[in-house]
Design a protein around this ligand. Structure first.
Ligand SMILES: [Zn+2]
Length: 146
């Protein structure tokens, strides 16, 4: 840990109140506001609310981008390929039987995990004051290197 990342007295290196990262991720995984844990995090399938209905913490500036999809692919891929390999080792199913099992299972698994994982990513971003969660806008580099 570098000196600038050390935390003192419940504050981070720039004096902001330290946020509980694990708790925020857990609340996000459950679809709840990472700040209070009582308000909803999503107003639609993968669309977060603009602000928490209970604590009014703003969520409109979160940018989870592709990280939730990458994490879901990582988890679902390992589960499905592992299960496929185990079943293939002990049975002699045809190609069509395998397709009938693994394609729907993969779809259900990925769609089932995606909202929770996105909530967890939003919780992590909130806990780390990323993307405007620190009460200020992200700075845009107006002088990019040539
Ligand atoms: Zn809240």
């Amino acid at each position: 840990m570098t000196a600038e990342r050390q935390l003192f007295g419940g504050q981070d290196h720039v004096g902001r109140q330290k946020r509980p990262t694990g708790e925020a991720i857990k609340r996000g995984l459950l679809g709840s506001c990472p700040n209070c844990g009582r308000g909803r995090l999503f107003r639609a399938w993968l669309k977060p609310v603009d602000a928490c209905e209970v604590c009014h913490e703003e969520m409109h500036h979160q940018r989870a981008d592709d990280l939730p999809a990458y994490l879901v692919i990582l988890v679902a891929g390992h589960l499905v390929v592992g299960a496929f390999s185990a079943v293939e080792a002990v049975t002699s199913l045809t190609m069509w039987q395998h397709l009938a099992i693994w394609v729907p299972l993969t779809l259900l698994l990925t769609l089932g995990l995606l909202q929770s994982v996105k909530g967890g990513v939003i919780g992590l971003q909130w806990a780390l004051y990323m993307h405007g969660f620190g009460g200020h806008e992200d700075l845009i580099d107006t002088h990019p290197e040539a």
